[in-house]
Design a binder for this molecule. Structure first.
Ligand code: PLP
Length: 357
């Protein structure tokens, strides 16, 4: 089937096939990659290859470190605030929906001086704010680059006048080219564009390590992961291995992030064109803020939406139900979704409209 689910893992078919082929005997070890020691040369190569590929794919300069953590993107909400807050300098956040709101809440729980400097709550998070105030006194400015639930995405990142940008890129990392230099830290639960659930990618500019307070518990300090190449304790070996395979697929089969962006753009354009063609489907995000990863839309009635989702599932188009907090429909078209999947969906949508419109 074509999998339009927003997670927990959306993987390219060739990657799944490669995992299957070497599951029982990893590179002649006689063991599964799940069984080899995380201190072995086999795993060292897996880890270093994943780091090197991330650096090449995202065009990261030597100033950046690539780390693999556990706890999901949700664990990064407090970790960012714990590690990067500077004394007397507020933490600036832009609130563009559920995941931003959760990041804000975690910083508040820690008693930090949190400042919500912009947001889109006034119109049910259907857009990305055009301007964000530049506050030179901030420790950092946090944004969510793609809002998985509402289907909005930053097209241009805000100017910060040198204040480090921090971004939750869980649902659009590796989907498009961007300049990493203004970012102090980027984090992403791997489970949309980078691999399976269970590992979180953290990309950190080296000067951020100087901010890490010494009195944080060991596992909550970015320095712990940076000093030990993500091997302070047992890492999620299997998940990192799969991330490595996804990165290899992206680099060698797709041809890199720019090539991926081009395919993603074609997929999103095709789907939004279908939505805009008639009044039967209605996109929920403001056109200028539309996400190329999560396409959210409504049908004329909730009953028709239910029928649409059920019939689509029967036709091999899975996971089109919108997030339970907002309803409606959502097609998640991450990197692993081939153009043919979107073509099949558009074909189905036109047919469904003809029969029910
Ligand atoms: N941030 C974004 C943008 C997400 O889409 C999600 C999950 O869908 C999360 C954070 C939460 O990630 P995790 O489940 O890895 O904690």
């Amino acid at each position: 089937i074509f999998n339009f689910n927003p997670g927990p893992a959306v993987l390219p078919l060739p990657v799944l096939q490669e995992i299957q082929a070497e599951l029982l005997n990893y590179k002649g070890s006689g063991m599964s990659i799940m069984e080899v020691s995380h201190r072995s040369k086999w795993f060292d190569d897996v880890l270093n290859d994943a780091v090197a590929r991330t650096r090449r794919l995202l065009n990261l300069s030597d100033r950046f470190r690539v780390l693999f953590l556990q706890g999901g993107a949700s664990m990064q909400f407090p970790m960012v605030a714990m590690n990067l807050a500077l004394p007397g300098k507020p933490l600036d956040y832009v609130d563009t929906g559920t995941w931003s709101t959760k990041a804000i809440k975690e910083a508040q729980i820690l008693g930090k001086d949190v400042r919500v400097v912009a947001g889109s709550k006034d119109r049910e998070y259907t857009y990305i704010p055009e301007t964000v105030p530049v506050n030179p006194d901030a420790s950092y400015l946090h944004i969510t680059s793609n809002n998985t639930i509402r289907g909005t995405q930053w097209k241009r990142f805000p100017e910060t006048g040198g204040v480090p940008l921090v971004s939750d890129m869980s649902s659009d990392i590796l989907s498009r080219v961007f300049d990493p230099e203004p970012f102090g830290l980027i984090y992403a639960g791997a489970q949309k564009n980078a691999g399976p659930a269970g590992v979180t990618l953290v990309i950190l500019r080296e000067d951020m390590l100087e901010r890490v307070p010494a009195d944080l518990p060991t596992m909550f300090r970015y320095t712990t992961y940076a000093e030990k190449n993500s091997l302070f304790n047992t890492p999620p070996c299997f998940a990192i291995y799969v991330v490595g395979l996804v990165l290899k697929w992206l680099e060698e089969t797709v041809g890199g992030v720019a090539a991926m962006e081009d395919i993603n753009r074609r997929k999103a354009d095709l789907l939004y064109a279908c939505i805009d063609e008639t009044d039967f489907y209605r996109g929920t995000a403001s056109p200028e803020s539309r996400s190329a990863m999560n396409v959210t839309f409504r049908l004329p009635t909730p009953e028709l939406e239910q029928k649409f989702i059920e019939e689509a599932t029967r036709a091999g188009l899975g996971g089109l139900k919108g997030h339970r907090s907002v309803g409606g429909c959502r097609a998640s078209i991450y990197n692993a979704m081939p153009l043919e999947g979107v073509e099949a969906l558009v074909h189905f949508m036109k047919d469904f409209e003809k029969k029910n419109g």
